[in-house]
Ligand binder design. Structure first.
Ligand SMILES: [Fe+2]
Ligand SMILES: [Fe+2]
Length: 282
């Protein structure tokens, strides 16, 4: 399986963005937050190198989940756009309803709309369960405080803060997730190949959650519909998109996520180091 850096994967999508100012805001945020991006790369580099304790894997699966699966926030943002639409007439109403519908499209796969109701939350349970069985990784105690803060920040941005901020957040998470899931697929696949004796069916089940996001470029399509939602919202409210605000948000997203991935990597390195003396005696 090819290993492509997050930056390389997202850059190929950034280059297709037709709004030049948005393209610039995206590419500058990725290059200016390169240190945070490196924390993510370090995590995926370290992941396949060891068979981790259940406690460590619980930490990983619980915390990583908190940086994805934002269905509730997506729903909240669409509700806000719809509510605003109902206070307007004619064209503005239609544009806001379109913005709400485009934004909601980013949750269709998560909800299992065309997949007989199989949600991405269920697929994530398969991923974690493949490695951890019945180990209670869902307990709050396994969530890193940085990951909990990240999740809360996303919700605040999309449900409480101004609607532009919400749309920028949803948009950025989609393009970032595309790059991250692409990288994660090779890292988790390598983790299995190096440390587990899964049958090919077990491996498929384990990797299915990550794979569905990469196959058919699901997250790229999500990114594109939020760009459309942003455009409709800008037209309906007759306000120009503030690309400086967008870039600041994108960078903050990466910085906050970087702290989660850095903290996970530090804990994993501690586990490796703690095991070393034992290895030398045996
Ligand atoms: Fe998803
Ligand atoms: Fe998505």
């Amino acid at each position: 399986m090819s290993k492509s850096s997050i930056l390389k994967t997202v850059t190929s999508i950034v280059n297709t963005v037709s709004d030049e100012k948005l393209q610039q805001a995206l590419s500058q945020s990725f290059s200016e937050a390169s240190e945070s991006l490196q924390y993510c790369e370090n995590f995926f580099e370290l992941l396949p190198t060891h068979r981790w304790s259940n406690k460590m894997l619980a930490r990983v699966f619980n915390s990583w989940k908190a940086t994805h699966l934002k269905m509730l926030a997506i729903y909240g943002l669409s509700c806000r756009l719809q509510r605003l639409a109902l206070t307007k007439d004619a064209q503005e109403r239609e544009q806001l309803l379109l913005a709400a519908a485009f934004n909601a499209e980013t949750s269709h796969e998560d909800l299992g709309l065309d997949y007989e109701g199989v949600t991405h939350a269920a697929l994530y349970e398969d991923l974690a369960g493949s490695f951890l069985g019945n180990y209670p990784w869902v307990l709050d105690e396994y969530c890193l405080p940085q990951a909990r803060d990240f999740k809360q920040w996303i919700y605040q941005n999309m449900v409480v803060d101004d609607i532009y901020q919400g749309l920028f957040t949803n948009m950025f998470s989609e393009i970032f997730n595309h790059g991250e899931y692409t990288r994660a697929l090779s890292a988790f696949s390598e983790l299995i190949d190096n440390n587990y004796d899964f049958s090919s069916e077990e491996k498929n089940t384990a990797l299915f959650y990550i794979g569905v996001h990469v196959a058919d470029e699901t997250e790229v399509a999500h990114f594109e519909v939020v760009v459309k939602a942003l455009d409709e919202y800008s037209k309906a409210t007759n306000t120009a998109i503030d690309y400086t605000q967008a870039k600041l948000l994108f960078k903050e997203y990466l910085t906050r996520l970087g702290t989660v991935m850095e903290a996970l990597t530090i804990e994993m390195k501690q586990e490796v180091n703690a095991a070393k003396p034992l290895l030398s005696v045996s």
